[in-house]
Write a protein that binds this ligand. Structure first.
Ligand code: HEM
Length: 184
């Protein structure tokens, strides 16, 4: 056994050649041009990735119209109805969803579809009148749905909901602009 202070004595071993020293991070001034380029490229890539969702959200916002906002309201309530239309214990909430659809559809019937501007001037008035007439039919169907729910007739209510889906599909074909492919 050596002396008890042996562990504290300075080592007489030569420093190891393969020992890695982690010095402080290089400041930009100490970076060579290649490292600088790499850092810039990484930074640009990160910034682009962060900015992408923001730009996409702005892009979508430009596409929305006042009529589109009303349609989104109809869509949310319609989807909820689809899940619960056969469940009579949910009729109170179903009637609340129907009221949302009626309000939004009534407001929508006062608006004009964006597609109007793509039509020749002499076809525009008829296009808007047809849209309003179809929206009126739709609202009348919404009233029938409310009556069926109030009577707790969920079978009839479910059938009316199917009719509304058919109206949606047909009327979108006639009055909604065709989706444009996004240019990237
Ligand atoms: C259950 C019924 C319906 C649902 C769930 C529905 C849903 C929608 C949705 C989600 C949009 C896209 C909204 C956006 O751009 O953010 C839309 C657009 C549109 N819908 Fe409907 N819709 C329904 C019925 C109707 C009816 C009955 C008509 C016409 C009589 C109609 C005419 C339109 C038009 C014209 C657009 C394009 C908006 C614009 O031109 O500004 N929809 N609809």
């Amino acid at each position: 056994m050596g002396s008890s202070s042996a562990g504290l004595q300075e080592s007489s071993c030569a420093p190891r050649a393969d020992f890695v020293h982690f010095g402080p991070a290089k400041t930009p001034a100490k970076l060579n041009p290649k490292e600088m380029k790499l850092r810039l490229l990484t930074l640009t890539l990160i910034s682009a990735l962060v900015a992408m969702p923001v730009l996409r959200a702005q892009d979508n916002k430009e596409d929305t119209t006042e009529l589109g906002d009303k349609m989104d309201k109809i869509s949310g309530a319609f989807r909820k109805l689809g899940k619960q239309i056969s469940d009579s214990s949910k009729n109170e909430d179903s009637l609340a969803q129907v009221a949302i659809i009626k309000d939004a559809a009534t407001a929508a019937s006062q608006m004009e579809p964006a597609k109007k501007k793509d039509l020749p001037p002499d076809a525009q008035a008829k296009f808007v009148a047809d849209f309003q007439a179809k929206m009126k039919d739709f609202i009348a169907t919404v009233d029938k749905l409310a009556a069926a729910l109030k009577a707790n007739d969920n079978t009839t209510a479910a059938n009316i909901l199917k009719d509304m889906k058919t109206m949606e599909d047909d009327d979108h074909k006639d009055f909604r602009k065709k989706k444009q492919k996004k240019s990237t």
